[in-house]
Design a protein. Sequence first.
Length: 172
Amino acid sequence: MEEELSTPKRANMAECQEEEAAELVEATNEEAVNVDGEPMASNAELREMLIDIQINIASILRENKSIRSEMTDLKRTIQQQKEDIKALKTSLEHTTKQYNEAERELAAARKKIQEQEGEMGELYDLQDKLEQYMRKNSLEKHGVPESAYTETEDIGLKLAKALDVSVEPKDI
């Protein structure tokens, strides 16, 4: 029974670890296979993939920077347009007020013109009546040549005699 105790039943831990390491090296030397059974990429392939990824990321960052710059420019442009629109609105309001005031003035001027035209018509009528009143005792002569008389009194007397109307020089 003593002999049984002196012989180890289990292998030494160091020996087991060496065997596992050797097996791992052999597996690494063989083509590595992932969980799905597909071959895994080598270190060189992984490096190439990483370099491609870095190049893609750098390209994306450049595009992002360009887009950011364009966005900043667009924001400035939009802000400027907002300011311009605000100025245009203010100008439009001012112009609208001026237009409305001009419309009121125009309406008042038209009304005044209509009133003045009415007054002018009345004044023409009054002037005509006044002229007619002033001519009520006057006689206009037409068609008598100037050589037929020397004074206005002569033509009046000759016309009265031809018409058989009694007119005296003091009436003329």
